[in-house]
Write a protein that binds this ligand. Structure first.
Ligand code: HEM
Length: 244
């Protein structure tokens, strides 16, 4: 057999005939199709059942991850450089402003689409057995989505960033038990959740580096892990639920 044909066939399984059992083999042999179980119900994959909101959430995440990777090339998490990097991205770097906008709008889209997907799952009762644990994973995904937006907000290091994070971390300071000023507080101002978030008692270099790590590595990594678990659970539950 020609070496190229052999190479091609080792990657792409082809040559199945059109019988029910071969259709199953075709699904099982393809990475993308494999995300779905071998058999899916016709009603379950109707666009009006899911409105593709889960798929759109994943799509917007991929767009933010790719554009974020490009932005990382031009950004330094240093309080003396971060804002200047932003101005350079807007005025000097070719397509810099386009990349920033694409990143921002895809992130906004995620914040809109993920809760809509959650609402769809709720309205179609798809959180019920055997999908209860996937709902719990979904709550984790929602939290990660919001935290990604919050941590990304500080990175431009402008007035908007500074005051938004001041508001957010002051709220943290007032949370019950974990915040130094919250009801039933057990921690002091130098050990509470605000201190942990800021890396000190004010917004400064340690805050920027913490937020940068969380935004670019920690949270996207956790989101990818949870997404893999989420898709795997959808598959193990026998695919997308059927309409009631
Ligand atoms: C980054 C966020 C998320 C992504 C990328 C995502 C992705 C997906 C995808 C692709 C599906 C297949 C069906 C569909 O497209 O609707 C799905 C199903 C599901 N999702 Fe999500 N999801 C996310 C967040 C959430 C949240 C916040 C919840 C709820 C708290 C949730 C709960 C579920 C459940 C229970 C199913 C199974 C639904 C069914 O079988 O009909 N997901 N998700």
């Amino acid at each position: 057999m020609n070496i190229f044909v052999q190479m091609w066939r080792s990657i792409f399984r082809t040559g199945f005939s059109d019988s029910p059992v071969h259709r199953v083999f075709r699904v099982m042999g393809n990475f993308i199709f494999h995300l779905h179980p071998a058999r899916v119900s016709k009603e379950g994959i109707k666009i009006t059942h899911t409105f593709c909101l889960g798929g759109l959430s994943a799509f917007f995440f991929v767009v933010t991850a790719i554009t974020g990777g490009v932005l990382m090339i031009y950004y330094t998490p240093d309080v003396d450089k971060a804002y200047a990097n932003m101005l350079d991205l807007e005025n000097v770097v070719p397509f810099g402003m386009f990349m920033r906008n694409l990143h921002r709008y895809a992130a906004h889209a995620m914040v809109i689409v993920v809760p809509l997907h959650m609402l769809r799952v709720f309205l179609t009762s798809s959180y019920k057995s055997p999908r209860e644990f996937n709902w719990v994973i979904g709550v984790g995904l929602l939290l990660m989505t919001f935290l990604l937006s919050f941590t990304g907000y500080l990175l431009p290091w402008d007035q908007l960033s500074y005051w938004a994070v001041t508001v957010g971390t002051t709220m943290a300071e007032n949370t019950p038990i974990l915040g130094a000023k919250g009801p039933f507080s057990v921690l002091g101002p130098e050990t509470d959740v605000r201190f942990l978030t800021l890396g000190g008692t004010s917004i400064d270099q340690p805050t920027l580096i913490r937020f940068y790590f969380a935004h670019c590595i920690g949270l996207p990594g956790a989101l990818v892990g949870l997404m893999a678990l989420h898709f795997w659970r959808v598959r193990k539950a026998g695919g997308i639920s059927r309409p009631l």
